[in-house]
Write a protein that binds this ligand. Structure first.
Ligand code: NAD
Ligand code: ZN
Length: 253
């Protein structure tokens, strides 16, 4: 493999780390078949970031749910896919005690489906919907919503509009403190498939990097914190890189 030496360096670092945490972004799910936003074919390139932010916005959702859902259903409802090799290797790494948990920006639910137990999904999960009537708050799966077949899904119990259980622009992230604690408490942080552009997650990683040397980045293309990384692995098959790392870690035991 072209990055053998770097893999060895990562393995040494992880083998000596009592507390390793993983941060993931859209790049870990592209191999599963879900496009990222900022990559070559991402919707930010196709439509422009401003247009997306104008519509995938809490105010648009409240004022004009029809406009919101026309766009959301077209661009944010992912095709049914299975977790990628990288997701499964991370689940194995947690079971084997090599990583403590994952903080993810992804909303696809693939880490949970692959078997990871400690997952802090700060932007929510697009597989779930919730009733916007506070006195109701009933939850629905994406399969139930799909079955309803309406552009704007509504609650069976109270007929209020349902909201995807994801963080829209203008909303605070979920589990802020959990994400921050997990990241700042880590000895080693491994970032996979994120350009580290989106805040606050990018800010957590930046804060970590000012306190600790042990930042590892596995990504295709540049990130905003490449300069701060102990090791940067340029990889477009994150699953292969992680599998090589796990194999060597197990051998070191
Ligand atoms: P990003 O789009 O900023 O960065 C993704 C990075 O992954 C890019 O640097 C890209 O070059 C890299 N990448 C793409 N394919 C790769 C591969 N096969 N191997 C290695 N690297 C690869 O993503 P982000 O930082 O996560 O931020 C995007 C925002 O969009 C987040 O808020 C996230 O919630 C959302 N989003 C989520 C999903 C998802 O749930 N799967 C998909 C798209 C966007
Ligand atoms: Zn309801």
């Amino acid at each position: 493999m072209k990055y053998d030496k770097k893999i060895d360096q990562v393995v040494r670092c992880l083998a000596n780390s009592p507390n390793t945490v993983v941060v993931t972004g859209a790049g870990i799910s592209t191999e599963a078949g879900i496009p990222d936003f900022r990559g070559k074919n991402g919707i930010y390139r196709q439509l422009g970031e401003d247009r997306v932010m104008d519509i995938i916005n809490i105010d648009t959702f409240r004022d004009n749910p029809r406009l919101f859902y026309d766009f959301y259903n077209q661009y944010f409802v992912f095709p049914p896919v299975e977790p990628s090799l990288a997701h499964y290797v991370l689940a194995d790494m947690e079971r084997e005690g090599f990583i403590r948990g994952i903080v993810t920006q992804n909303i696809d639910g693939l880490h949970e489906r692959a078997g990871n137990r400690r997952v802090v999904a700060i932007h929510g999960n697009s597989e779930r919907y919730v009733c916007t009537n506070r006195d109701c708050g009933e939850g629905y799966s994406s399969a139930q919503v799909k079955q309803q077949g309406a552009v704007v899904p509504t609650c069976d119990l109270c007929q209020a509009v349902l909201k995807p259980d994801v963080i829209l622009f203008g909303e605070p992230i979920k589990d802020f403190a959990d994400a921050q604690d997990l990241i700042m408490g880590a000895r080693t942080l491994v970032v996979i498939g994120s350009s580290l552009t989106v805040y606050p997650l990018a800010g957590f990683v930046k804060a970590f990097s000012t306190l600790s040397q042990d930042l590892i980045i596995i990504n295709q293309g540049p990130t905003h914190l490449d300069h701060a990384a102990l090791v940067k692995i340029e990889a477009d098959h994150t699953g292969d890189a992680l599998q090589a790392i796990l194999r060597l870690l197990k051998r070191k035991r």
